[in-house]
Design a protein. Structure first.
Ligand code: ATP
Ligand code: MG
Length: 1020
């Protein structure tokens, strides 16, 4: 019954009916033929190698598997990687992914799929991407140096690899650690028919450019190298040259410097060239066989490349120094021994180089100390091997597989069943083969095969592989999983497949016959000290660093641990590591021996299915429970599904779990309540629970959001409301205060003040109206302002009143009066403040005629033919400029002339045109003296200026000024001065007026001649 509609066969073998080997194989075959290479047993993925590229990988599929749970899509490695990654990220559980299977079953490919999936789904960012790149790029480098073509797999991993990928709490990769196990270094010097040496040699020869080849002293042709199998140099579908470039760039990405890459290639080519070093027979003088290098060129080239003395290399290869406490003995090696030494050196250099590369990668990808990390381990280790001729390598490889099978048994079969028992769950025991006995046979500290081997290696005396075998025969003669010719003979069995130098172990995966030849050697894994020291002397920094024990100062007499012991302890560490993590299994199956697509060999698959324990796995799985968890953590995770347990639960954990699951009404067969744990039978139920939890979390998130948003809106609203109330209360208060202000006392004061002020003003104005001063323009009296505040207004009013009075006065004047006043105004402009007699003249009207001109026709005649009225007629005194005597004259001023005449004569004596009058000079005193200055051109000019005395000098000069202005539009110059000069014929007389002693009316003048040109006038 398929899990999903349209699936081929059953996708999960747990659902297989009937559950027998045949139906299991049929199901796998049916699916394989339909290109469904993945099948589940619960959460274990079975992967059958398709030997073809299927369109089920890449970003599109990664995205799909990322979004669905385990059983929702077709079985896939991505689904397993997703579960592991999510469990690591979300539940904080370290994971390990155990990939097991035979050589060529697809383990390495599976591990790469897991890594690429994790790289695609975990965090992003520049830093994270570079870590991912480094982790991913470690694959091509390790594959180049550690993988080779074998008859079973063109890209067979010849080393075991366990990689811890480390993540931060967010699930972003931080870095990692790679552990490598036992490189198959025997391959370096010899390959089986149809196999190749490690890829790097072919890649280097095919991919390096001429320059690099020359620098490394290499030739492109692979047949020129003794360590490279000449039959197969190329592998179908593999491009060595482009792989070489990929390796170089991968090394650069990881962080190898150019110098480091060059040094790695130099050591690699040195190993290759070492194979071409030929040793030939030589004999010592004593006749004892020795050896020597036949063609020194190779050694020389090596010496040049790594900075070694070629003679020293030769000596180290062909002789051996034995040191005792007293002396050093050098023995020559025969050809066999020298060849052995050479190969041992090559193997040693290469395996140390490989370890160095792994360490160098680790250095680049290592995570800083102190960073909290979660770990996902990916184990891709060589599969179980049954070859025709199995040696020490197969022995340890198979031992490792036994241990892994044990992990599987412990963690899935044994532990699970024991747990049911512990927890008191009803359980019918499922039988399975527990390989603990085989593990014990190999690894027991005192009585295990590895311990025996170590014992033989360390034992003094004659030691050989056969003494080792004899020891095993003796110790395990009765062991159910051990056989050899000796034990068979003892039981009278005849078996032609068993060699004399062989022993056989019944592994969980089948019987394997091991040939003990070179077990001791390989376990010892010793390099002669001469070679170690020779290598340490190299100038080449990398080569030198590979042999620290070659340093004579550091040489210790303590033996290094044997290869077997080392392997055992590293396997023990690995096991400890795996047990501390949640395991995820990918069990790889090889469908045929020919690396052919579409071929499904039932026998081959059946063997693998048997030793992988698939059937038992299904049985346990079917009878058992997919998931279990302590009541505490389970309740913590799912208590939100029930209202009784969420948000508070006060009861016990188990009761809580019962409550939660009871409310979800699960079928009773699905659940079992253990003593400390709850068991859930099918993953579907668990997924259902997870789905419910996810939905509930969404609900809760929505609830939290709802409450938060409500709270936020409510507080905002409340704040707004409070503010609004505050604002409106202030506004209303303000309005009310404004409306009622008039009723307030403070306002009353203003009104009162205003009222009082107004009444004051009113009273003032009314008082003023009733008591206005007289309208006489000369009356300047004006009542004082009753209050200081009204003084400005009072002044204004006074001003206004005065102006009004003047206007009224002016309006009632007749034109004649106006004319008189104009004259007065003119007089004022001319004399006010200048002449002392001016103030007296002001109140006296200008009458013009002081001689009775109107009634005196005789005087009228003086006017002559002159038109117009006489402006001024007065009797004046003319002062003689020569002697200061005066004589009377009548002066007439008409519109055009000044006429001077003798009082006795009726004829005009002198007529001066007004245009000839240049100016007049008067004194500032009260006297009437004035000088009439004539212009020089005048006809009367020859007589000079006139010095006259008038009793109405103000009026006369005013009228003269106006007449000159009217007649000539010229302003007459009126000079007020006490000193002036009067022209007199050609001379001039300086007149000086002085004030006499006070008294009198100030109008009497006394003239006193002072010299011929000076006349002093004293006003008395
Ligand atoms: N999922 C797959 N899709 C396509 N080809 C595959 C897949 N898995 C494996 N192969 C093919 O099978 C070959 C062998 O696979 P792989 O190298 O992973 O085997 P292995 O189990 O690691 O063997 P070994 O133990 O020798 O290292 C690959 O080179 C590849 O051609
Ligand atoms: Mg592999």
């Amino acid at each position: 019954m398929p899990l999903l509609e349209g699936s081929v066969g059953v996708e999960d073998l747990v659902l297989l009916e009937p559950l027998v080997e045949e139906s299991l194989l049929k199901n796998l075959q049916l699916r394989y033929e339909n290109k469904e290479i993945y099948t589940y047993i619960g959460n274990v993925v079975i992967s059958v190698n398709p030997y073809q590229q299927l369109p089920i990988y890449g970003p599109e599929f990664i995205a799909k598997y990322q979004d669905y749970t385990f059983y929702e899509l077709k079985p896939h490695i991505y689904a397993l990687a997703n579960v592991a990654y999510q469990s690591l990220r979300d539940r904080d559980r370290d994971q390990c992914i155990l990939i097991t299977g035979e050589s060529g079953s697809g383990k390495t490919e599976a591990s790469k799929l897991v890594m690429s999936y994790v790289a695609a789904v975990c965090g992003k960012g520049e830093q994270v991407n570079s870590v991912k790149e480094q982790l991913l790029q470690s694959n091509p480098v390790l594959e180049a140096f550690g993988n080779a073509k074998t008859i079973r797999n063109n890209n067979s991993s010849r080393f075991g690899k366990y990689m811890d990928i480390e993540f931060d709490f967010k699930g972003s990769p931080l870095g990692g650690v790679i552990t490598n196990y036992l490189l198959e270094k025997s391959r370096l010097v010899k390959q089986l028919k149809g196999e190749r040496n490690f890829h790097i040699f072919y890649q280097l020869l095919a991919g390096a450019d001429e320059q690099l080849l020359k620098a490394l002293k290499l030739e492109r042709d692979t047949t020129g190298y003794a360590y490279l199998n000449h039959e197969v140099s190329r592998v179908d579908g593999m491009d060595d040259a482009s792989s070489f470039r990929a390796v170089q760039s991968a090394m650069a990405v990881i962080g190898f410097s150019e110098e480091e890459i060059r040094q790695v290639l130099e050591v690699t080519s040195m190993v290759l060239k070492l194979g071409n070093v030929l040793v030939a027979d030589e004999f010592q003088a004593s006749g004892i066989p020795a050896s020597g290098i036949r063609d020194g060129r190779g050694v020389r080239e090596i010496g040049e490349m790594v900075g070694l003395n070629s003679e020293e290399v030769e000596r180290a290869l062909c002789s051996r120094t034995m040191e005792t406490a007293k002396e050093k003995v050098v023995t020559a090696l025969n050809v066999m021994q020298a060849q052995y030494a050479r190969d041992a050196l090559a193997k040693n250099i290469y395996s140390r180089l490989f370890d160095w590369i792994v360490n160098r990668i680790n250095e680049s990808i290592k995570v800083g100390i102190g960073e909290k990390k979660k770990v996902m381990g990916v184990l891709d280790i060589y599969g179980f091997e049954i070859l025709e001729d199995n040696s020490f390598e197969q022995f340890v490889i198979n031992y490792c597989n036994e241990k892994l099978q044990q992990v599987f048994i412990e963690m899935t079969l044994k532990e699970e069943q024991e747990e049911y028992k512990r927890e008191g769950i009803p359980w019918t025991k499922v039988d399975y083969f527990d390989n603990g006995i085989i593990c014990k046979l190999i690894e027991h500290n005192q009585r295990g095969i590895l311990a025996m081997l170590d014992e033989e290696c360390l034992r003094p005396g004659v030691v050989s592989d056969s003494t080792f075998l004899a020891k095993l025969n003796q110790l395990f003669s009765k062991h159910g999983h051990y056989e050899s010719k000796v034990t068979q003979n003892a039981q009278r069995q005849y078996d032609h497949t068993m060699g004399l130098s062989c022993f056989r172990i019944c592994h969980y995966a089948g019987k394997v016959t091991y040939n003990v030849t070179s077990f001791i050697d390989k376990n010892n894994d010793l390099l002669f000290r001469d070679l170690l020291q020779a290598m340490w002397k190299a100038q080449h920094p990398l080569l030198r660093s590979l042999f620290p024990e070659g340093n004579p100062k550091q040489a210790s007499l303590k033996r290094p641990p044997t290869a077997g012991a080392q392997f055992k302890s590293s396997v023990a560490i690995l096991m400890k590591n795996l047990y501390s993590k949640s395991p995820n299994y990918i069990r790889c199956i090889k469908p045929n021996e020919h690396q052919q697509r579409g071929q499904f060999s039932s026998d081959l698959v059946a063997t693998q299915a048997r030793y992988l324990g698939l059937l038992e796995n299904v049985r346990v799985r079917r009878a058992g429970y997919a998931h279990r968890q302590g009541y505490g953590p389970f309740l913590e995770r799912y208590r939100l599904l029930s209202r009784s347990t969420w948000p508070h639960w006060n009861g016990g954990d188990r009761e809580g779990v019962e409550k939660v699951l009871g409310e979800l009404s699960m079928s009773s067969g699905e659940l079992a309540f253990g003593k400390t744990k709850i068991f859930i039978r099918s993953p579907k139920t668990l997924f259902y629970l997870e789905e419910q939890r996810r939905l509930r979390l969404q609900q809760l998130a929505t609830l939290i959001q709802k409450i938060y948003r409500g709270w936020r809106c409510r507080t905002h609203y409340q704040l707004m409301r409070k503010s609004q109330i505050l604002i409106s209360s202030w506004f209303r208060g303000n309005m009310a205060r404004k409306n009622y202000r008039k009723y307030f006392r403070s306002e009353a004061a203003l009104t009162l003040a205003d009222f009082i002020y107004k009444s004051m003003v009113q009273k003032f104005l009314l008082g003023l109206k009733n008591n206005l001063p007289s309208t006489n323009v000369l009356d300047k009296t004006w009542p004082a302002a009753p209050y200081k505040c009204l003084s400005t207004a009072n002044q204004e009013l006074q001003q206004l009143f005065y102006q009004w009075k003047c206007k009224r006065f002016r309006d009632q004047l007749s034109p004649k009066q106006v004319e008189i006043l104009r004259e007065k105004l003119c007089a004022s402009e001319l004399f006010k403040g200048k002449k002392a007699s001016y103030p007296q003249s002001v109140p006296i009207p200008f009458c013009g005629d002081y001689i009775g001109l109107q009634g005196n026709p005789k005087l009228q005649k003086l006017k002559g033919g002159e038109e117009g009225p006489v402006l001024m007629a007065e009797a004046v005194k003319k002062v003689n400029r020569g002697n200061g005597k005066t004589s009377s004259r009548i002066l007439l001023l008409t519109k055009g002339h000044v006429i001077l005449t003798d009082t006795k004569k009726s004829q005009a004596k002198i007529v001066i045109g007004l245009d000839n009058v240049a100016g007049v000079s008067v004194t500032s005193l009260k006297d009437g003296l004035f000088s009439l200055h004539l212009s020089e051109m005048s006809s009367v000019g020859s007589k000079g200026d006139f010095l006259l005395v008038s009793e109405h000098v103000i009026e006369l000069l005013t009228k003269m000024y106006r007449a000159v202005l009217d007649a000539t539009q010229r302003q007459l110059t009126v000079t007020v001065t006490e000193k002036f000069s009067v022209r007199f014929k050609e001379n001039s007389v300086a007149v000086k007026v002085v004030q006499g002693p006070a008294g009198g009316d100030n109008s009497k003048l006394r003239y006193k001649k002072k010299g011929s040109h000076c006349l002093e006038v004293t006003v008395q």
